[in-house]
Every structure is written in structure tokens, then in C-alpha cells.
Design a protein around this ligand. Structure first.
Ligand code: ZN
Length: 228
């Protein structure tokens, strides 16, 4: 199962998924791959039947996905997938990222140690690693998480918890990657990450700032097509 592979690679060792983890993973993938469309209702009984489990792990997974910002719960209606970002929200989001992330990359560069650089290199390499994805779905959701992880590692090195939380609280990567599903972004993003890493390796804080700024602007331009 693709889901297990994602987890195992991330953790670096093989570990069987519990039922509730596996159910969470499968619903997550359906949402990220737009198999469950933004705004669509998610009936618990039907999902439990499809996944061949009882309703309890489905409820648990939906509660967790609600915390992660991917589903919403409405009184008397139940769960539905979070709506797609509006063009205004998308614009706000990218202006917000441009305020925080280039400066965080600059500060991360000033705080780098060999160990921290190695962590960043590994996080970036995670995006390219892995056996041939079994499907488009698993490729995108794996890429989504690896990219979120890489950006978060940079924020950790920058060592400003307020900035890190401000970005994580909005679960921005999850929303972005639902948009991304329809675009071809992976190779270009990898090259941009490589430029960022080159700046880190050189200890060039200004170059790190500009590489991150560039990466976010380009990412915005690639995804803007999703609204056209
Ligand atoms: Zn990125």
C-alpha cells in the first residue's frame, strides 16, 4: 500500500500502520488528490464501507483532518472537504509567505551548523527519493509532505517559534498542494530548492533570502494557473 510506504520512508524504518493511521492516510490521500473534491460532503458510513472498517476509525481520522484544516464539520450536515482557496486567499497566503520565509531563510543561514545543514540536505533529498510511485496520487501527496517538511526544517533552523507557528497554523502547504495537483511543479521546485541549498552551503545569507523569495514567487506563478 502506498500509504505505508510514505510513512516508512519518512520514519526511516518499516513499521506497520495502525488501523486508525491507515484510515487517516487513505482519506488524506483522497482529499489531496481531489478524489474527494473541495467542498464535497464526506459521509462517514459510506467511507467506512469503502475502506472496510467500522465508523470509529473514520470518525477519529476526520477529527484529526479537521484539526489539520482539510475537512470541516457543520452542524446537522456532517463533514465535508475544506473548500478550495479563493483567489483572494491565495494572494494573501503568498504575500504572507513572502513576508516570512525569505527572511527566515536568511536567518537560518546565519544559524547553520554542519549538523543542521545535513538535516536540510536530507529533507530536500526526501522529495526525490523513494521507489517509483504507484500512482499520481501517492506521488503528489508524498511530494506535498516532503516539501512542507523541508520548509519547516528551515524555519526550525531560523529558530523563531512565532514565525514557524504562524505558517504552520494555517496548514498552508496542504491547501497549496491541492491546487498543485493540476500543475506540473515538481521538477522546477526541486531545482529551486537546490539553489537554496547552494546558498546555505556557501553560508551566503543574502543569497538564501533571494533564493527563497524567488522560489515562493515562482511557486505562486505556477499555481496561479489553477485559477484560470
Ligand atoms: Zn518548496
Amino acid at each position: 500500500m502506498a500509504a505505508a510506504t510514505d510513512h516508512d520512508q519518512k520514519a526511516g524504518f518499516a513499521r506497520p500502520l495502525s488501523i486508525s493511521e491507515s484510515v487517516h492516510e487513505q482519506i488524506y490521500q483522497r482529499i489531496m488528490s481531489l478524489e474527494i473534491l473541495p467542498g464535497a460532503r464526506i459521509p462517514i458510513d459510506q467511507l467506512a464501507r469503502e475502506l472496510n472498517v467500522s465508523q470509529t476509525p473514520v470518525r477519529d481520522a476526520l477529527t484529526r483532518l479537521e484539526r489539520e484544516g482539510l475537512v470541516r464539520k457543520a452542524h446537522l450536515i456532517g463533514y465535508s472537504a475544506a473548500p478550495q482557496l479563493t483567489p483572494k486567499e491565495f494572494d494573501d497566503l503568498y504575500r504572507f509567505r513572502l513576508m516570512l520565509e525569505p527572511e527566515s531563510a536568511r536567518q537560518a543561514c546565519l544559524r547553520l551548523t554542519p549538523e543542521k545543514l545535513e538535516r536540510l540536505e536530507n529533507a530536500a533529498a526526501d522529495m526525490e527519493k523513494g521507489e517509483q510511485p504507484v500512482s499520481r496520487n501517492s506521488r503528489y501527496s508524498r511530494f506535498a509532505r516532503a516539501d512542507a517538511h523541508f520548509h519547516d526544517e528551515i524555519l526550525k533552523v531560523a529558530d523563531n517559534e512565532f514565525a514557524r507557528q504562524a505558517l504552520n497554523d494555517r496548514h498552508i502547504h496542504l491547501h497549496i498542494f491541492r491546487l498543485m495537483f493540476h500543475s506540473r511543479v515538481t521538477q522546477e521546485a526541486l531545482e529551486e530548492h537546490e539553489r537554496l541549498l547552494a546558498a546555505f552551503r556557501a553560508g551566503d545569507a543574502d543569497a538564501a533570502y533571494h533564493a527563497m523569495h524567488d522560489h515562493i514567487e515562482r511557486s505562486r506563478d505556477r499555481l496561479a494557473a489553477a485559477f484560470e
